[in-house]
Design a protein around this ligand. Structure first.
Ligand code: PLP
Length: 381
């Protein structure tokens, strides 16, 4: 690294700022050992308590844990009777797993455009409804709730169900209520990078449907009714006790951790206000959305600038990411099944220009100043 850069930034130049960092605590360390010593490891009292506490937190009647978001939603699709030929409206800009379970049961993702909040554009989705459409799977991407008012109306007008993808939005609110409490069902992920993690894989379904909850509980555990009585051919997609204990402790501090994410987002907004050639994430509207900033995603004026900035930040020890560089309608796995799908111009354009900046609860004001300072320096060049 040149001397000029070093003198310009002093100690800033050696900063090591990761994209995300997992929350840990001594309480959690202690709880892990406690569970180890109970001898109870799978679907025991910790898991039951975690399900109850999640249901209460999201104000929904039922919660069923499974081994990941992907596993939980696969079981949900089976339990809700999703079948071959059914069509589901889903944004193309999301993690690939959002659409895997539906494809495994023969249903078809119908890819929709995003609006300027990076969530599904309800008007674009409306145009894609056919006689085969059965549901909508909105994704509260980057911790920002999708336009729930418009989606509810779209669903009601057309007799569709909603499954909310809450993998990135634990704790986010819409009109004062948690995202995850609006759809007929919702799904959570506890993967390490998410706002609420269990230090490994894990997921859950939130639902208003008692029978669906019962079926998922049965299917995740070999279709068991009793120890040696199998009502259905099921799966082993259970949940572990150590993970449940970790999740319970993470849930206790989730609101506080999310408040810290929102604080970091406010610092970024202050530091990057008015910088030309850069679009900040959409702001919340008072009383409508409350974003929990799973990611803080900026948009550059061109792909070259995005790539150049990512490289510039990397050289300064600042990690960034792109969520996501390839939209799902253009994934090779999708083309293999459905052939070349029609273009989604806005999604394709945005995926070339978005950049995720470091965002986690322990991010400091100084970190944000370092990242923002480097961005401003790059864009001035
Ligand atoms: C992480 C993620 C998933 C998948 O979650 P897993 O628990 O890893 O299966 C699904 N949807 C979105 C939007 C995600 O970010």
């Amino acid at each position: 690294m040149s001397k000029g850069r070093v003198s310009r930034y002093g100690d800033l130049v050696v900063a090591k700022i990761p994209l995300s960092r997992v929350y840990q605590s001594e309480v959690i360390d202690r709880r892990i050992l406690e569970v180890v010593k109970t001898g109870n490891y799978i679907l025991g009292p910790e898991s039951k308590a975690f399900e109850k506490e999640l249901a209460a937190y999201f104000s929904v009647p039922y919660c069923v844990l499974s081994s990941s978001w992907t596993a939980a939603v696969h079981l949900l699709h089976i339990a809700q009777g999703l079948k071959a030929g059914d069509e589901i409206l889903v944004p193309s800009l999301t993690a690939f797993p959002s659409i895997e379970p539906m494809i495994h049961v023969g249903a078809r993702p119908v890819f929709c455009e995003i609006d300027d909040t990076y969530t599904i554009d309800p008007e674009d989705a409306r145009k894609r409804i056919t006689r085969k459409t059965v549901g909508i799977l909105p994704v509260h991407l980057y911790g920002r709730p999708a336009n729930i008012d418009a989606l509810k109306k779209l669903a009601d007008d057309n007799g569709l169900w909603i499954i909310e993808d809450c993998a990135q939005s634990h704790g986010a609110k819409w009109r004062g209520k948690r995202a995850g409490s609006y759809g007929k069902h919702a799904a959570l992920s506890f993967y390490p990078s998410k706002n609420l993690t269990v230090y490994g894989d894990g997921g859950a379904i939130l639902t208003y449907d008692e029978e669906v909850a019962r079926r998922i509980s049965m299917l995740r555990n070999h279709g068991r009714k009793d120890k040696y009585l199998h009502e259905k051919v099921g799966f082993n997609l259970r949940f572990n006790e150590i993970q449940a204990a970790i999740g319970r402790e993470q849930l206790k501090v989730l609101d506080e951790l999310n408040a810290n994410r929102r604080r970091a987002a406010a610092w970024y907004r202050r530091e990057l206000a008015g910088v030309e050639g850069l679009t900040l994430p959409p702001e919340d509207k008072d009383g409508i959305s409350e974003t929990v900033y799973h990611m803080f995603v900026i948009r550059l004026a061109s792909n070259d600038l995005r790539e150049g900035l990512a490289k510039f930040l990397k050289e300064r020890g600042i990690e960034t990411g792109v969520h996501y560089p390839v939209p799902n309608h253009q994934q090779p796995a999708i083309e293999e099944i459905y052939g070349m799908l029609p273009s989604l111009p806005k999604t394709e354009d945005y995926t070339k220009r978005i950049l995720s900046l470091p965002m986690f609860p322990a991010l400091t004001e100084q970190d944000v100043k370092v990242v923002s300072g480097a961005i401003k320096e790059y864009l001035r060049q």
